[in-house]
Design a protein around this ligand. Structure first.
Ligand SMILES: [Zn+2]
Length: 400
């Protein structure tokens, strides 16, 4: 079943430095980008210490919603003081009581929403996403704000609930069209929904309106580059993947990569003993564009950035390294689905390299790579390995 795939001219450069008798070496780059951006606005202190002075309306009556009895206004003040020193739970307890007694007070509702959002953000940072979602669902009942909707949508995206994430994030974006974090999160949600065109629209419009940030520029560049490169790509469904490729890719190549992808999926999920819902996506790029498109160093031969990306043309189809690359990148997909980006890079790479293996040749490779080289600090292993120099990258993979 292993057939010959064209070696492109660039293959030599991409494989530079790796002797063919070295079965294992750094193969890829996993982007941290699939972690949803947390809207920048969520940390804003949005509580109100004093109810605004009652407004005289045109007919001479006083707007009733903001008039709290003195005792309640004092309790609200206590809650705000607590929130300001970070005692959010105590503040929330007071505000929940007030919201019960004065359900129409916009001040109380707004403060409770802000405090619940702050608790949710903290809970999320502690790793408890379901509890954070419960808090945000409670918060949003007290009115919508970019903070609460942005965080809610980001967390839904984090657990893979793309449709509802898009809904929340789009509303957040409508309320705060220049919030950089929210714009990035909406774009990310569109990309997850396989709507790169919409993602690009959102980013371009946000930038035009004043959302200026290097992260926006970078995402615009990458998304448009992908859209340009893939505008005429065709898609097939394999047993386990959606596979996109250039229409003139030889069908023998497509068939073989598709077969090996499906095999990789079965092997990796079997080896990890997990079941994955949802369909992973894979893209075959022509070798000549691969590194420019994926913005990866020359030594990378596969990429996972939400989709498994492999260059075609750089490998012989019967080269066992193709299977290893596909297993490696598929493992990143599996880890992303299971861990939703809570997995540190060193663990992610370790799992991916373990998944590559059919027999246990890794240990000797790792030991060989670590001999006489400085150990890469663990802190550095949190960053994508492609940011490391090549030798450090090999050591980093070996340590994983
Ligand atoms: Zn990897």
């Amino acid at each position: 079943m292993r057939l010959a795939l064209l070696l492109s001219l660039l293959a030599g450069a991409a494989w530079l430095g790796f002797r063919s008798d070295e079965p294992n070496r750094p193969t890829d780059h996993v982007f941290p980008a699939s972690r949803p951006q947390i809207p920048t606005g969520y940390k804003r202190n949005a509580w109100v210490a004093e109810p605004p002075a009652p407004l005289n309306t045109s007919d001479g009556t006083v707007a009733a919603a903001e008039t709290l009895p003195i005792e309640a206004a004092q309790r609200n003040g206590e809650a705000v003081a607590l929130a300001e020193v970070g005692a959010f739970d105590e503040a929330a307890a007071i505000l929940r009581e007030l919201a019960h007694d004065f359900p129409d007070s916009t001040v109380v509702r707004r403060n409770l929403r802000a405090v619940l959002t702050a608790i949710a953000a903290r809970t999320r940072d502690e790793g408890n996403v379901p509890a954070a979602l419960d808090l945000l669902e409670e918060a949003v009942r007290f009115g919508e704000s970019p903070e609460v909707l942005g965080l809610l949508g980001s967390l839904r995206l984090e657990i893979g609930d793309v449709a509802r994430a898009l809904d929340d994030l789009s509303r957040a974006h409508d309320l705060a069209p220049t919030d950089v974090g929210i714009a990035l999160a909406v774009a990310r949600a569109y990309i997850e929904a396989d709507r790169r065109d919409r993602a690009l629209d959102v980013l371009l419009t946000a930038r035009e309106r004043g959302a200026r940030h290097a992260a926006i520029d970078a995402m615009i560049e990458r998304t448009s580059r992908e859209l340009d490169a893939e505008w005429d790509f065709v898609r097939i469904e394999t047993d386990h993947f959606e596979l996109d490729f250039e229409p003139d890719t030889p069908s023998i190549t497509v068939d073989e990569v598709a077969a090996q992808l499906d095999e990789a999926f079965v092997e990796v999920t079997g080896k990890l003993g997990v079941r994955i819902d949802g369909t992973p996506r894979a893209v075959l790029y022509p070798e000549v564009n691969f590194h420019a498109l994926t913005q990866t160093p020359d030594w990378t031969q596969g990429v996972f950035d939400g989709r498994v990306k492999v260059p075609v043309g750089g490998l012989e189809l019967d080269d066992p390294r193709l299977g290893a690359i596909l297993r490696h990148e598929t493992a990143h997909h599996v880890v992303a689905e299971l861990g939703r980006e809570r997995v540190p890079v060193w663990l992610n790479e370790g799992i991916a390299m373990w998944a590559e293996e059919i027999d246990d040749e890794r240990r000797s490779w790792s030991e060989e790579r670590l001999v006489g080289r400085p150990i890469v600090p663990l802190r550095q292993l949190q960053r994508p390995f492609s940011q490391l120099e090549r030798e450090a990258a090999e050591a980093a993979y070996a340590q994983s």
